[in-house]
Design a protein around this ligand. Structure first.
Ligand SMILES: *Cc1c(COP(=O)(O)O)cnc(C)c1O
Length: 468
């Protein structure tokens, strides 16, 4: 399997799986994608329907690893990664009537779906680091959940220092405490004066700074890293198969609460691999750059507004570049041009025909805070289920688009409601019970640094902590 950058498809480097995982972002600033996408035949798909989670994981991920990981390696990593997810099922699914199903992806250690990718990725990193006897500095930006999932996955790892940037005052208290109360020498939390986009821009600047990158052996765990997307492809198959075991179900739909477009893009990858997905609903909160794009073909950055679903308070959706590259017929010069336009004038536009092609798969919908609260309330009243605000965005979008779908719809439930109890308690009078592990989180001592949005200050900090 060979990988190319969205900004330079003609390069002649050997970009194998281990290289692109360790690098994260390509040195030209582009994102890595496979040169060709593997596809399962219908009979292969039929044979996969009854596999358990780790078997599926092995089957799917091995297609992307070349000789870097064997099926045996992948199976071991998967078993180890997901052994403590949930009680009986890694990803339980609940039908709430009218062909709508809620896929609970929050039974991992930090109570958000990001554990699926980060538990997996940290183990892959470790194998590659041990093989090469190397140490790394991992830098990550978080809108709230990536940070804790990464910290949980990498804490006490003697080969990695982890530096996590979060937007100061813009993550929930529970989310912040999940990051800042972990006591491990290799973890550094930094609150940046700015929003998530500022944090992500700092990470990208560090990664393309060649000298600094080489000196500290930088790596990225944001969903710009292909490994993140790849691990998430698995639950699209797993959940679809739960429905397709009923032979009458021929196609499935997904509604995905979206910020950085990583999770939704993973769904698209599953479709490219042969999973019969009809539509992927791109559900955003009022930060609606993506839902607007899928409605009118214009990708236009506006100011980030804080919402009740803070993990999606994002404007520059990094992974969108992977889809754009395909939309622009794999012309990386054009991708560079569009990205420059975005930087210079704040927007670009695709043709009506291209939008029409995209709409065969993607529907965009924006769900504001009021509709989010209403959906949490109605869901609780009718089903007794407490859902978090991100899930509510996805669920509301699913109901409003139902008329455009023929098959059943799976809504990705991306976080445990306890992570956003302030928002949930504004909608209903019930708060979920704190999981045992987190009983003392509100009183534990926090440790983090604060910093202005300034690259040089950040570089000095990282250099002073480096163990490479
Ligand atoms: C990160 C996150 C999302 C958005 O996922 P993307 O891959 O960035 O689109 C949605 N919900 C929750 C709870 C998240 O943590």
């Amino acid at each position: 399997m060979h990988y190319i950058s969205t900004r330079n498809e003609h390069n002649n480097f050997t970009n194998n799986f281990s290289k692109i995982i360790m690098e994260g972002l390509a040195s030209d600033g582009g994102l890595y994608i496979p040169k060709t996408f593997p596809k399962f035949s219908t009979s292969e798909i039929d044979n996969m329907v009854n596999m358990d989670y780790t078997e599926l994981c092995t089957e799917i991920i091995s297609k992307y690893c070349g000789s870097c990981l064997t099926k045996g390696d992948i199976k071991k990593i998967a078993m180890d990664s997901y052994k403590n997810f949930g009680i009986n099922d890694v990803a339980p699914m609940i039908n709430i009537g009218s062909d709508i199903n809620i896929l609970e992806l929050f039974h991992g250690p930090t109570l958000a779906f990001k554990d699926f990718a980060l538990q997996f990725l940290s183990r892959v990193f470790n194998i590659f680091l041990e093989r090469e006897d190397k140490k790394i500095t991992i830098i990550g930006a978080t809108s709230g959940d990536t940070g804790s999932a990464a910290i949980e996955a990498f804490k006490k790892n003697s080969r990695a220092n982890l530096i996590i940037l979060h937007p100061k005052g813009k993550v929930s208290e529970f989310q912040r405490r999940q990051m800042t109360t972990v006591n491990a020498d290799n973890i550094f939390n930094i609150a940046i004066d700015g929003n998530f986009d500022d944090c992500q821009a700092l990470v990208k600047k560090l990664l393309v700074d060649k000298d600094f990158n080489v000196k500290h052996n930088l790596a990225s765990i944001n969903s710009i890293n292909w490994g993140r997307v790849l691990a998430q492809v698995v639950y699209y198959f797993y959940s679809s198969f739960k429905l397709m075991k009923n032979k009458e179900v021929k196609v499935v739909n997904f509604s995905v609460p979206t910020g950085n477009f990583g999770d939704a893009y993973a769904g698209y990858v599953a479709k490219k691999m042969g999973l019969p997905i009809e539509k992927i609903i791109i559900a955003t909160n009022s930060n609606d750059i993506l839902s607007n794009f899928f409605q009118n073909g214009i990708y236009k950055i506006s100011k980030v507004v804080p919402t009740l679903s803070p993990s999606m308070d994002i404007q520059v959706a990094s992974n969108f570049e992977r889809l754009l590259y395909e939309v622009l017929d794999f012309d990386s010069a054009l991708v560079r041009q569009y990205m420059n336009e975005l930087n210079n004038v704040g927007s670009f536009k695709v043709s009506k025909e291209k939008l029409k092609t995209l709409n065969k798969t993607f529907l965009g919908l924006c769900v504001n805070d009021q509709l989010t609260l209403d959906r949490i309330k109605t869901t609780y009243n009718y089903t007794n289920l407490v859902i978090d605000p991100h899930t509510a965005v996805g669920l509301e979008a699913a109901y409003s688009q139902k008329k455009n779908l023929t098959g059943p719809c799976i809504v990705l439930s991306t976080a445990h409601p306890i992570k956003f109890s302030d928002a949930v308690s504004r909608a209903i009078n019930t708060v979920s019970e704190l999981p045992v592990k987190y009983k003392s989180i509100l009183t534990l001592k926090e440790k983090y640094d604060s910093m202005p949005n300034n690259l040089n200050i950040l570089k000095k900090f990282i250099a002073s902590k480096s163990n490479v």
